[in-house]
Write a new protein. Structure first.
Length: 525
């Protein structure tokens, strides 16, 4: 699913509508009016599942253009308002996903089964003429040695580290016509079918991000080189998805265990002092600082309990603040995390007293709110391994805090029961609530007026067989396992108070008996 761009220019003739495009496994694309809950358009190209969708937000000619990747290799431009196909381009390689360059809308990168395809002639007015340039990636595996050396490292180790650094950074994007020279180069070839995601960097020009389960590659498309490798930690959970931000050079990573980690670009100081004799361009020793792109792990959320029926599928970030994250779980839950600034993190170094006179006068000493990612990270000093705050263990100035949990209706539903009706005596406190029981023993209380899940209780260990309301704020539910040859079961009857959330067993310590078929509560006290 992909959200459409917000159109702030609207009037009575062209009202504003919140739109969402979804592609299903049957190849059907549906454009939804979210506020009304109706489908505005429905169209398809074949019956195979949609590989990828993207709204064209980098142009102002029309806000209704939608690009879809249909398997195996067809790129189609649709008018999402009318369902009209504007043009279709078929390539020669099977394609899995694509990404637009945020700095140049003519550039598009496609992830193939064993290669990357680049095109530079994308246009909304005509079909791309070329089939693109096909590239392969030559890079060592993630098991490469760490290149960070101490001051006590011997000259032999420094030369080895320099050789490893040059060997790693010389791995480039190899064109289609490049021949393999030896079997060693074949062993160094990265299998692109292991790549799970391809995306353009949102804050750095000409940078492409390739996501694998155990590492992340940063490619510079101007020099066709791998400028950075982010390996997973030794005991870390594999990557699932990566999001690049616009406001700051930050990569947000989703892991298989349901945790979210934020990795911030390390800014190293440039070498401004002149090189002494024996150093500089004619010296083979590695520089005192790392010249490649490095990201530091600054914060990571807690993991979730992952089961066979409950695992994280994807995540989405707030495009305005870039600090709020929503995780989609396969059991219809959505978990919301918010990135916050720790009060005991890195503090900006105080400047001289004369700087206070140059500042704009303020009417209060209250600091401005941290409402976006740029407000939190842009105010911090440069963080590098030599920073005193790192030595004190105070470099992790960010943290993830869970701010919300949105549950879906349990499945499968085994029973439903509406609360008592509205009367003249309870009209001031009445809420249209319905109790929903499931096969897992969970009972959900849903407000049918707003469509929100008000309460959720794990009442029983087996299937909920029936529910009966006692009042507007309490109900009875019963459960029993499947009957055996004797036809006798152990009934489980529970009383739930919505005001306090207390669950109390009724008729406890009962022996085997016939299953409860029907339950009614007397209206008399």
């Amino acid at each position: 699913v992909k959200w459409a761009k917000e159109n702030y220019h609207h009037d009575l003739g062209n009202p504003y509508s919140l739109r969402l495009a979804s592609g299903d496994s049957n190849g059907v694309i549906i454009v939804w009016d979210v506020s009304a809950g109706v489908a505005k358009a429905e169209f398809s190209e074949g019956t195979k599942p949609i590989q990828d969708l993207e709204w064209l937000t980098y142009q102002d000619a029309s806000h209704d253009l939608l690009v879809a990747l249909h398997p195996p290799y067809s790129l189609v431009l649709w008018n999402a308002d009318t369902g009209t196909k504007l043009w279709k381009k078929s390539y020669t390689e099977p394609l899995l996903s694509f990404s637009f360059d945020p700095f140049n809308s003519k550039n598009v990168a496609f992830l193939g089964s064993d290669c990357i395809v680049f095109i530079d002639d994308f246009s909304v007015t005509k079909t791309p003429s070329s089939n693109g340039k096909k590239f392969f990636i030559s890079s060592p595996s993630s098991s490469a040695t760490n290149l960070k050396t101490d001051g006590s490292t011997s000259s032999i180790e420094k030369k080895a580290a320099s050789k490893n650094l040059a060997e790693r950074m010389s791995k480039i994007l190899v064109g289609e016509g490049t021949s393999k020279k030896s079997t060693k180069e074949d062993s160094d070839q990265v299998m692109l079918n292991d790549c799970i995601q391809l995306l353009y960097h949102q804050s750095c020009r000409h940078h492409l991000v390739l996501v694998y389960t155990r590492e992340i590659l940063i490619l510079d498309l101007e020099i066709n080189q791998t400028v950075g490798i982010i390996p997973i930690e030794r005991a870390g959970s594999p990557f699932v998805q990566v999001v690049s931000f616009r406001q700051r050079d930050v990569l947000l990573c989703l892991h298989e265990n349901g945790s979210v980690s934020a990795r911030i670009r390390r800014k190293t100081n440039a070498i401004t002092t002149p090189a002494s004799e024996g150093h500089g361009a004619f010296d083979d020793s590695p520089p005192p600082i790392s010249m490649d792109v490095t990201y530091d792990l600054r914060c990571q959320s807690d993991g979730m309990r992952v089961t066979r029926h409950s695992r994280v599928s994807s995540m989405a970030c707030c495009p305005v603040s870039e600090k709020s994250v929503g995780l989609v779980v396969t059991d219809s839950r959505i978990v919301f995390w918010d990135m916050m600034l720790l009060s005991g993190g890195i503090d900006s170094e105080p400047g001289p007293a004369s700087d206070k006179k140059l500042k704009f006068p303020v009417v209060s000493d209250v600091p401005p709110p941290k409402i976006s990612l740029s407000d939190m990270i842009g105010q911090l000093p440069v963080v590098n391994p030599d920073h005193p705050s790192v030595l004190k263990g105070r470099a992790a100035a960010l943290k993830f805090v869970i701010t919300g949990l949105l549950n879906g209706v349990v499945s499968p539903v085994t029973c439903l029961r509406m609360c008592p009706p509205l009367t003249t005596k309870n009209w001031s406190v009445y809420e249209p609530l319905i109790a929903v029981g499931s096969s897992t023993g969970v009972v959900q209380i849903i407000n049918i007026s707003s469509g929100l899940i008000v309460k959720e209780y794990s009442v029983h260990t087996g299937t909920v067989r029936g529910i009966e309301w006692c009042s507007l704020k309490s109900f009875l539910s019963y459960s029993y396992p499947s009957a055996g040859t004797s036809g006798l079961v152990k009934n489980d009857l529970m009383y739930v108070d919505l005001s306090t959330g207390k669950v109390k067993p009724v008729r406890a310590n009962r022996d085997q008996e016939s299953p409860i078929e029907i339950l009614r509560v007397s209206c008399l006290k």
